[in-house]
Design a protein around this ligand. Sequence first.
Ligand code: HEC
Length: 210
Amino acid sequence: MAKSHSVWTSIRFWRQSAAWVTGFAVVLLILLTFDTMRQIKMGGKRVPSPSVINNHIDYKYSKKRGHEVPVIGDKEPFFGKQWSDEEAAALLHKGKLTSQAKNCMNCHTLLGNGAYYAPDLTKAWLDPKWKQMMPMVGAKTKEEAIAKFLQHPEMYPTHERRMPNLKITPDEAKALVAFLKHMSAIDTNGFPRGFSKGVKEFEAGGTYAH
Ligand code: HEC
């Protein structure tokens, strides 16, 4: 007489289920890996190519997404010129290496990594304080103002805490500014939160708090 087995006690059923679930997870992970690569690749969905330093970068609230998103605008000169793709890539690379060599992350946060001793640098290029600093440091453009600040932060204190002089050369400063400008154009899902709120408070005469 054949015994009737319940499916829940069938070894074959559990083996097959395990194989299907594992197979499905593998396929899903492969698809997600490709999607992530697409999102984080330079020139991909979220991270613009280095030549974005040649464009005006705005930061606008998106109702659909519920936070701010970078808006890449018209061409504008960066340190007085338009940079070719190769030049922009080389400058950005130097900026990244300099930021590592000088360990900016030891005090600052970049794209969520780093310390909270000093202001978050993810959107520092968009900080309204640079416009105010231009006449202070004798600069005609925002990029020059940031470059001057980076070389002599002790001369232009804008926070209670001071940034030390890290002996940044003019070329390194230029590259760091490109690095900051490019970073501000990355779609970070609204991180850090509340940027516009800080800007409004600043424009109302307060200090810009990150
Ligand atoms: C020892 C800590 C320390 C290190 C290292 C450091 N900073 Fe700073 N940084 C500060 C502090 C503190 C401030 C706020 C002081 C101020 O604005 O006057 C600041 C301010 C800034 C600002 C102005 C931010 C804003 O929007 O108000 C920028 C830009 C900046 N740092 C860039 C850098 C870069 C780029 C590096 C690496 C090359 C770096 N910092 C390394 C401490 C540091």
